[in-house]
Every structure is written in structure tokens, then in C-alpha cells.
Design a protein around this ligand. Structure first.
Ligand code: C5P
Length: 239
């Protein structure tokens, strides 16, 4: 069984818009062209978590990118709510430690009530460099930190990690069974915005990504379907 549910399509489009109406319009435009949807902080803090349910009702897997990080009980209960709303995956920050990660796994499983659902652990944000890590008191390279946190994710029963394309190989080495979801994807020569550790779609697929999380290059494009087609074409050359 392939780990990618819509194996023909690795794109999870980040619906980074501010209203529920825009997210529905965009999702309906893209539904036949992408593998799933990501609902992030902008939608979760605006129209709210009900957007997860409306996206799930469209029939594609939904990643609720809540980036939870709190005490274990609070995170477990929040993950349970997102599971009830139909999230296929929920993100949590690895630095909350293994008890928090296990609480998230249990809470999501309970909320999903038997439907497939898993926790994805955010390792090192793709916007961060080694200097940013040092500033936050974390020694070592993004690769070393990702390796450490991937082992933690695997031992806590999480389904996968969110990591930069640059760290896909490291995750494979230390925790080969984890699902690898990677943001920071840009076609060569296009704007990288606030992302720092990026790769093009083909390179990310070559390095073993299961899913590519892509926002602005699709959402802000004048022709979002055309942008998806260009990305998929490029990705296929690396798969
Ligand atoms: O627009 P862009 O393609 O850069 O969007 C990337 C998306 O992935 C954003 O929604 C961002 O919140 C998310 N993300 C990320 N880096 C992570 C985890 C999630 O960029 N480590």
C-alpha cells in the first residue's frame, strides 16, 4: 500500500487566505488537481476550525496545520477536536516533548473515531537558518536538529514529520517509516518569500518527499490551476 493516499498527486495546497468563502472557492477550483488541502493558522484564527470540516467534506485529505505546542492535556484535547472535525493530519511542534506528542496522537485518534488520522511533527521551520536556531538557543545545524526531532516523533507514535527538502535524507536515515511532508517548495527562479531552506518540486521528490506543501506559488498565482500543472510536471521529473 502506498503511503501517499492520492499517489498520483503529492500536492497539499496551503489554503493561506483569510475567509472561509475564499478557501471554499479556491478548494473547488483546485480539487481535481491536488492531493489534499492544508488549513493553516490564518484560517484557523479567522473563520475558525469549522473550515477543516468544510474542506474534509470535499473528500480530499485535510492537514490541519495548527502547530500545537502546550502542555500534554491541552494538546491532546485540541487534537481530539480537530480529529472530530475530519482532519487527516494535525501538526504539533516537536519541542513540546514526547509526552505532549503521545497526548496528541491519542487525542487525534480518539477524535477521528476509527478514521485514518495521524500527527505530523514540525521539526525545524523552513524559514529558519542555522543562525536562527542558534539565536533560539538550539545548537547544531538544522539537519542535526531535524534528526533528533524525527527520532522523537517516531518513538512517540507520530505518523510523520514536516521538514525542509534539505532534511528529507536525514529523516530517511534516522526514521525511515515516517511520512515526509515538505514545505518550502519553489520552481527555480521564482520568489522564495520568507522561506530559506527551499528546493524545486523535482528535487524534493528525488529526495523522497511523500507530500509537497505549497501555498503562495499556487494561491497567489493569476491562474492557480496552471500553476499546479506546472509544478506537477516539474515534480514528475524527480519522482
Ligand atoms: O506559501 P508557501 O508555499 O511558502 O507556504 C508554505 C506553507 O507551509 C505555509 O502555510 C506555512 O505555514 C507552512 N509551513 C512551512 N514550514 C513548516 C511548516 C509549515 O512553511 N515547517
Amino acid at each position: 500500500m502506498t503511503r501517499v493516499e492520492d499517489s498520483a498527486n503529492p500536492i497539499l495546497v496551503a489554503l493561506d487566505v483569510s475567509t472561509a468563502e475564499e478557501s471554499v472557492r479556491l478548494a473547488k477550483t483546485l480539487i481535481r488537481h491536488v492531493g489534499g488541502f492544508k488549513v493553516g493558522l490564518e484560517l484557523l484564527m479567522g473563520p475558525g476550525p469549522a473550515v477543516v470540516a468544510s474542506m474534509a467534506s470535499l473528500g480530499k485529505p485535510v492537514l490541519a496545520d495548527a502547530k500545537l505546542h502546550d502542555i500534554p492535556t491541552t494538546v491532546g484535547r485540541a487534537a481530539r477536536q480537530l480529529g472530530r472535525l475530519g482532519a487527516r493530519w494535525v501538526t504539533v511542534h516537536a519541542s513540546g516533548g514526547s509526552r505532549m506528542l503521545r497526548a496528541a496522537v491519542d487525542g487525534l485518534e480518539e477524535g477521528a473515531g476509527g478514521r485514518p488520522a495521524g500527527i505530523l511533527v514540525v521539526t525545524v521551520l523552513t524559514s529558519m537558518t542555522a543562525d536562527d536556531l542558534a539565536e533560539a538557543g538550539i545548537s547544531g545545524t538544522p539537519g542535526r536538529q531535524t534528526a533528533r526531532l524525527s527520532k522523537l516523533a517516531a518513538s512517540a507514535g507520530c505518523e510523520g514529520v514536516v521538514c525542509s527538502p534539505e532534511e528529507l535524507g536525514v529523516v530517511d536515515q534516522v526514521a525511515p517509516d515516517l511520512l515526509k511532508v515538505t514545505p518550502g517548495i519553489r520552481l527555480t527562479g521564482t520568489a522564495t518569500h520568507d522561506q530559506r531552506r527551499t528546493a524545486d518540486p523535482a528535487e524534493a521528490m528525488r529526495r523522497g518527499a511523500d507530500y509537497l506543501v505549497i501555498g503562495r506559488p499556487i494561491v497567489r498565482a493569476s491562474d492557480p490551476v496552471g500553476a499546479v500543472r506546472a509544478i506537477l510536471k516539474q515534480a514528475a521529473s524527480g519522482a
